[in-house]
Design a binder for this molecule. Structure first.
Ligand code: BTN
Length: 344
C-alpha cells in the first residue's frame, strides 16, 4: 500500500475521531515530518484533513474525485478495478487502456479520468462530458473466446451497467441494440468496445464506458441525451456507481465466460427497447426497415423484413419510432436517423 493510502486508511478507521501524530508515525514507520508531508499530499488531492496540536489528525471530508484509494475502498472485486490508472485529464481512457494492454497490463486494469479532451464514441463520433460530471472509464479484458464471440462482451457490459445504474439510482435504463442505455428515450450511457485479435483468439478487449451522471440539463442535447441527475432530480454519487459498475461487470463477465451467452441474452432481451418493435437499421448507405425479433445466440440482431425474410445483423445503427413503434402500429414518423452521443 502506498504511504498516503495507508495514512488515509488510518484516518478512515478513526473518523470522526482524531488519530495522534505519534500513532501515525509509529504505524507508518516514518518521521513526523514525513507524516506532515503526507497530510499535505492528501489535502492537495482534496481531502479535508484537520490537524490539531496534542490531538493529531482527523478526516473531515473526501473529494468528489474518482481517486484510486476511494475506488478501492469497499470495492470487493477480485480483478476488475484492482489495478487503477487515474488521470485527471486525458485524450481518451480507451487509448490509454489500449496502449497499456499492448504493454501487457492484466485483465481488470481500469483507466479512469475526470475529463477527456478527445473522447471517442462509436462510428467516429466524439464523446464529451464536463470535468468531474460523469463516469469515463475503460477496462482491459482478455476473454478466452474466439474473435467472433468478442462482440458479445458489449452486451455483457450493457446488462451489467443497466443493473448497476438501477441498483444505485433506482432508475431502470433500457438497452438499444447493441450497446446504448437509454432513459425516457434519451441516451445516458454509451459503450465502445475495441479489440486486438488474432485469427483464432482475442488478445485484448478494451471496454470504454461513458455515463452521464451529474450533467445539468443545459449541458445536454435535449433531444438525444440525458443524465442520471436530470432523471432523478438530484446529484448522484459517481464513486458508488463506478464501484457497482465494476462489481456487476465482473460478475456478468464471469457468467459469460463460464456459462456462455444464453443467460446474458435473456437478461439483455429483458431490458431491450427494440424487441418486437418496428425499427430502421442503417448499414453504411443502406437502411433496412423491419420488426426487431430479438438477438440470436451469438448476439446478432434478428430483423424481420416486410417481404417475410429474416436478416441477421452483426452491426448497424438502430433507430426506432418512439411512440408508435410497436409492431402492429403504423409508424407515425421516425426518430432521428442518427443517435448522437455528444452533449452540448
Ligand atoms: C458510444 O455510444 O458511441 C460509445 C461512447 C463511449 C464513450 C467512452 S468514455 C470512456 C471511453 N473513452 C473514450 O474515448 N470513449 C469511451
Amino acid at each position: 500500500m502506498a504511504e498516503p493510502d495507508h495514512l488515509l486508511g488510518m484516518l478512515r478507521r478513526h473518523a470522526p475521531s482524531f488519530v495522534s501524530g505519534e500513532d501515525v508515525r509509529r504505524e507508518l514507520d516514518v518521521s513526523r515530518q514525513a507524516v506532515w508531508k503526507q497530510v499535505q499530499h492528501l489535502r492537495r488531492l482534496g481531502y479535508g484533513v484537520e490537524g490539531r496540536p496534542h490531538q493529531g489528525y482527523r478526516l473531515l471530508s473526501v473529494p468528489d474525485r474518482l481517486l484510486p484509494a476511494e475506488i478501492h475502498y469497499g470495492l470487493g472485486t477480485v480483478t476488475f478495478g484492482q489495478r487503477i490508472v487515474y488521470l485527471e485529464r486525458t485524450p481518451s481512457t480507451s487509448d490509454t487502456a489500449r496502449d497499456l494492454a499492448r504493454q501487457g497490463a492484466p485483465e481488470g486494469t481500469l483507466v479512469v479520468a475526470e475529463e477527456q479532451t478527445a473522447g471517442r464514441g462509436r462510428r467516429g463520433r466524439s464523446w464529451h462530458c464536463p470535468f468531474g460530471r460523469g463516469l469515463l472509464f475503460s477496462l482491459i479484458l482478455r476473454p478466452a473466446v474466439r474473435p467472433s464471440r468478442a462482440p458479445q462482451v458489449t452486451m455483457v457490459a450493457a446488462v451489467a451497467l443497466a443493473l448497476a445504474i438501477e441498483k444505485v439510482t433506482g432508475l431502470a435504463p433500457g438497452i438499444k441494440w447493441p450497446n446504448d442505455l437509454l432513459l425516457e428515450g434519451k441516451k445516458v450511457c454509451g459503450i465502445l468496445t475495441e479489440l486486438d485479435a488474432e485469427p483464432e483468439s482475442v488478445s485484448q478487449v478494451v471496454i470504454g464506458v461513458g455515463v452521464n451522471v451529474n450533467i445539468a440539463a443545459e449541458d445536454l442535447d435535449p433531444h438525444r441525451a440525458t443524465s442520471l441527475q436530470v432523471q432523478a432530480g438530484q446529484a448522484m454519487g459517481r464513486l458508488r456507481l463506478l464501484q457497482e459498475a465494476l462489481r456487476q461487470m465482473e460478475e456478468w463477465y464471469g457468467v459469460w465466460q463460464t456459462g456462455g451467452f444464453s443467460v446474458i441474452r435473456t437478461e439483455w432481451q429483458r431490458r431491450a427497447l427494440i424487441v418486437d418493435r418496428l425499427v430502421r437499421v442503417r448499414l453504411g448507405d443502406t437502411v433496412l426497415a423491419g420488426r426487431a425479433a430479438g438477438v440470436d445466440e451469438e448476439g446478432a440482431l434478428l430483423l424481420d423484413l416486410p417481404d417475410g425474410t429474416r436478416r441477421r445483423l452483426l452491426a448497424g445503427e438502430v433507430t426506432f419510432e418512439e411512440s408508435y413503434g410497436r409492431a402492429g402500429h403504423q409508424p407515425g414518423g421516425w426518430a432521428e436517423e442518427e443517435w448522437e452521443c455528444r452533449q452540448g
